[in-house]
Design a protein around this ligand. Structure first.
Ligand code: UD1
Length: 338
């Protein structure tokens, strides 16, 4: 099938583009390059030896999306990964986050449905689950729109909107993928995560310490009610995550479906750092800091539904992710910037 990947030059987008191309699909990437660079699309082509045309534009603009369909149609499916994702920034710029993260869905749906797309896959987050008593989270666990930050709220709002859209478009496959914590990079070292400024997330921060652009890792809290006192997360290799999008598209059925994409294995902050240190081959400077506002002690999923219905399972470990992230970082010390 031919797939419009909105946000296709981003971290998850580029890996998903590779996975789709390697499974025999065609892709068109739409990206405003607000969080990545055009070279990511060229690298997708280098890895796969296939075309990954990039349209530079905003997925929240109906005219831009119309132009993609006019130039690159017919398009069978849209995978929507075009969103602002910095949690801290979202608390400072709520309007920007709500506008961008909702308008992109509206424009892609309006134009896509008018052109008869069969499938719409939406990138959501495991942070929509709100009750720690439900751990490990299944797709039926309690969700809330009353979350700790506008980024997460915008994701849950999108889910609510998509459920209504699916109801009145019963022939369309609408799939919501709730990601846990994406880490790692393509094993080629050609594509990977390239955060702007100081990274918020753990693995990119650790990697910057390893490459020497940041001094030391700050571990946010050592007094959680967890085995080693640090936070537990479900870190999923981005290559496994990308494969989840391929199977979601290939197996999609009419109506709404929701899947967790995670490993199901809780990993602590200290375990993740130790894994990265093993990949780098030396210990990294670190210090314990107070808990970060808005963080929860633990979040990890039960990925059984995706296994049962899509036949999807993660294959890669956090050690694979650490090795591949470090390979990408060492080959590209400044990310996509030359
Ligand atoms: C965050 C977002 C989530 C988003 C995800 C993307 C929230 C509250 N969090 O998840 O929406 O989908 O990123 O991967 O909405 N840590 C440190 N030091 C650091 C950075 C992180 O100790 O410098 C710890 C955190 O306290 C946490 C763990 O590492 O226990 C993971 O943090 P992070 O990578 O930022 O992901 P989340 O907060 O889980």
């Amino acid at each position: 099938m031919r797939v419009l990947l909105a946000g296709g030059a981003g971290y998850i987008g580029a890996h998903t583009a590779v996975a789709l191309l390697e499974s025999g699909h065609e892709v068109v990437l739409l990206d405003d390059l607000s969080g990545t660079q055009a070279v990511a699309a060229e690298r997708v082509e280098t890895i796969t030896g296939k075309a990954a045309p990039l349209v530079v534009g905003n997925a929240a603009d109906d005219e831009v999306v119309e132009a993609v369909f006019a130039e690159h149609g017919p398009i069978d499916a849209i995978v929507h990964l075009a969103a602002f994702k910095a949690v801290g920034e979202s608390t400072q710029k709520p309007l920007d986050y709500y506008a961008n993260n909702l308008d992109s869905t509206f424009a892609l749906l309006r134009v896509g449905l008018a052109h008869g797309i069969r499938s719409f896959v939406f990138s959501s987050t495991g942070t929509v689950y709100s009750d720690p008593a439900d751990l490990p989270f299944t797709e039926d666990s309690t969700t809330s729109v009353d979350l700790s930050n506008p980024y997460s709220k915008s994701k849950r709002m999108n889910e609510v909107i998509l459920a209504d859209v699916a109801r009145v478009n019963p022939d369309v496959n609408v799939t919501i993928l709730r990601y846990f914590n994406p880490v790692g990079a393509h094993p080629s070292g050609l594509i990977g995560e390239d955060p702007t400024g100081i990274p918020n997330n753990l693995m990119p921060y650790v990697s910057r310490v390893a490459i020497g652009t940041l001094d030391r890792i700050g571990v946010f809290g050592d007094d959680y009610d967890t085995p080693d006192g640090t936070g537990l997360r479900d870190y999923i290799h981005v290559v496994d995550l990308a494969e989840g999008h391929v199977v979601a598209l290939e197996q999609a059925q009419p109506g709404l479906a929701v899947y967790n994409l995670g490993t199901g294995v809780p990993v602590s902050v200290l375990q993740l750092i130790a894994s990265f240190e093993a990949a780098v081959g030396r210990e990294l400077p670190k210090e314990f800091l107070p808990r970060r506002a808005g963080d929860v002690a633990a979040t990890y999923c039960d990925p059984a539904k995706a296994a049962a219905e899509l036949g999807w399972r993660t294959r890669l470990t956090i050690d694979d992710a650490s090795r591949d992230y470090w390979n990408w970082q060492s080959r590209n010390p400044r990310g996509y910037s030359a």
